[in-house]
Ligand binder design. Sequence first.
Ligand SMILES: *Cc1c(COP(=O)(O)O)cnc(C)c1O
Length: 356
Amino acid sequence: MKFSITKSISSKINSVDWKNLGFGKYLSDHVFIADYSNGSWQNARIEPYAPMPIEPAMVTLHYAQTIFEGLKAFRNVNGGINIFRPDKNAERMATSGKLICIPEIPKEIFVEGCKELAKIDHAWVPKEQGHSLYLRPLIYGSDNFLGVHASSSYRFIIMSSPVALYYSEGLNPVKIQVCTDRVRAVRGGLGSAKAGANYAASLYAGTRAKKDGYAQVLWLDGVTHEIVDEVGAMNIFFVINGKLITPTLDQETILAGVTRDSVIHIAKKMGWSLEERIIKMEEIVQAYKDGKLEEVFGTGTAAVISPVGQLHYGDLKMVVNNNKIGKISQKLYDTITGIQYGSIEDSFGWNVKIDA
Ligand SMILES: *Cc1c(COP(=O)(O)O)cnc(C)c1O
C-alpha cells in the first residue's frame, strides 16, 4: 500500500501530563486518513492532527452513518511496540459497516494504518505498565445533502490517544444498575455493529445510572427485558458454580468484543468450562440466592476486565464475591495484559509487533 506522510512541524507531547492521562484526553500528533469516492478507497495518508472543515449539510451529522473501532498499542517490556489483534478489529469494522451501508475498509489499509500511526507517534506510547496508546479508527459518510440515503463518499480516520486504565478504580469492582426500561439494541437492529448510533441510544440510561451512583448499566434485551445483553459498552461474563457463562452472539444484539473472544480462547486453553448461551436475569437471581454467583465481570479494550462488585436489580442488591475481584477475573486480567506487554508468551500469536 502506498501512502504519503506529512509530518507535524511541532509536537504537542510536552503538554501531556503523563501522571493524569485519563482516557481520550490527549490526542497524538498525527492521524491516518483514507477517502472513499467513486467506489474505491484512495489517497491514504498520514497528516498532522488538525481540525477539519465540514459543511452543515454533512450527512453523518444528521443521520449518524458512522462506525468506529477501538484497539491499543502497548510498550513491550523488551522494547518495541505491540498492537493487540488489529486484524480482529479490521474484520469487525467490515461487519459493522454492512449494517449501515458503509463500504468495507480493506484489512490491509486498516492494519497498516494502525502500524504506521503507532510508528510515527511512537513517543506517545506510554512506558508505564497499565498505560497504552489507544487507537481509534472511524468511518463516516461525508456527502453533503439532506435527503435520507447512504452517502456516496466516506472518510476513514485513525487517531490515537495515550491512555491510563479506563476506570480510575483500576481493577476495583464497580456498582452496576440493571436497566429495565430503556434498551440499547433490539434484534434486527444495530446492536452487533460498533456504531455511534448505539452509543447515542445508551446515553440516557447511562447518564441516569451515573447520577444514581452507578458506574454503568446492565442492558437487557429489547423485547422481554429478561435476557442479559451487555454491561455498558462491555461484554459480560458470569461465573456460576465454577462455570464461566456469557451471552451468545446469536441474537445479534451484542457487539462481538475482541476481549470477549480473547477471554474465550484463554478459558478454553485453561480447560475451564464455558458456555455461550442465552442468560436470563432470573437465572442470575437464583444463582445469587443459592450462593453460586461467584463472579461477574465486563470485558473490553479500555478496561480489559472490569469486575462487578454490586449488581442492583430493582430492589434486589446483589453483592458479588464480597465486592472483591475474583480469582478468574484476576487470572484473565493478568494473562491478557501479560500477553499485551510481552511479559507472558504470546502463544495465540495475537500481537502485531513494531520496531519503534
Ligand atoms: C467496543 C464494545 C465492546 C468491547 O469490545 P472489545 O473489542 O473487547 O473492546 C463491547 N460492547 C460494545 C457495545 C462495544 O461498543
